[in-house]
Design a binder for this molecule. Structure first.
Ligand code: S6P
Ligand code: ZN
Length: 192
């Protein structure tokens, strides 16, 4: 770590609301379905949805920090409601580039599931308003909106964690979350 890195040495407050607005935010990311092509099990439904308007799946609003382990990044995710085939809208999912960096999520609105994977192990944690969910170091993580309104949560993670999307793009998650017979079901993922 460079000694010249500029650390944030003054306290401050951010305003967050249940819509996921973070004020101020220093960066915003929008992910449309075409930017996560190949991640849903039903390839035909995925192609059709991209052709039919390419829906906005989620947004991330972030207050960026120096890439230093002592700093904490704060961001919100607004994961919209929808399905591709029977699979609920979800984030791409990632490992932290620095594998031993954990993370905390805090539910603000809607209903969702945090899906985690490590080696052959798989776990899920339901998140709703007021729930604090813990992502331990070394676990890949993604969220899924299992409701009919936006699923919104706040996340806090170390400044140097980084994001490894490539491993998930190659290997996928062992579990997917689907709507079947009117119920929310966590299933063994069928590869696309
Ligand atoms: C960052 C944290 C979240 C996700 C966001 C979008 O470490 O886990 O802010 O970035 O939910 O998911 P993804 O997988 O596209 O980064
Ligand atoms: Zn993360």
């Amino acid at each position: 770590m460079s000694a010249s890195i500029e650390l944030t040495d003054l306290p401050f407050g951010l305003l967050v609301d249940e819509r996921g607005e973070l004020r101020p935010a220093t960066s915003k990311v929008e992910r449309r379905l075409s930017q996560m092509a190949g991640m849903y099990a039903d390839a035909e439904a995925e192609r059709a949805a991209i052709a039919d308007g390419d829906p906005l799946v989620y947004e991330v609003h972030q207050y960026d920090m120096p890439q230093h382990p002592g700093e904490l990044v704060v961001c919100t995710t607004i994961l919209h409601a929808g399905k591709v085939g029977e699979e609920f809208f979800m984030t791409k999912g990632h490992y932290h580039e620095v594998r031993d960096r954990g993370e905390v999520y805090y539910g603000l609105r809607g209903e969702g599931v945090l899906v985690l994977a490590r080696n052959d192990a798989a776990e899920t944690v339901p998140i709703g308003p007021g729930v604090v969910a813990y992502v331990p170091p070394h676990w890949a993580h993604r969220t899924v909106n299992t409701g009919s309104e936006p699923f919104v949560f706040l996340a806090v993670y170390p400044g140097d964690a980084g994001h490894d999307y490539g491993t998930i793009e190659t290997e996928g998650f062992p579990q997917s979350v689907v709507a079947r017979d009117g119920a929310v079901l966590v299933t063994r993922r069928e590869q696309a």
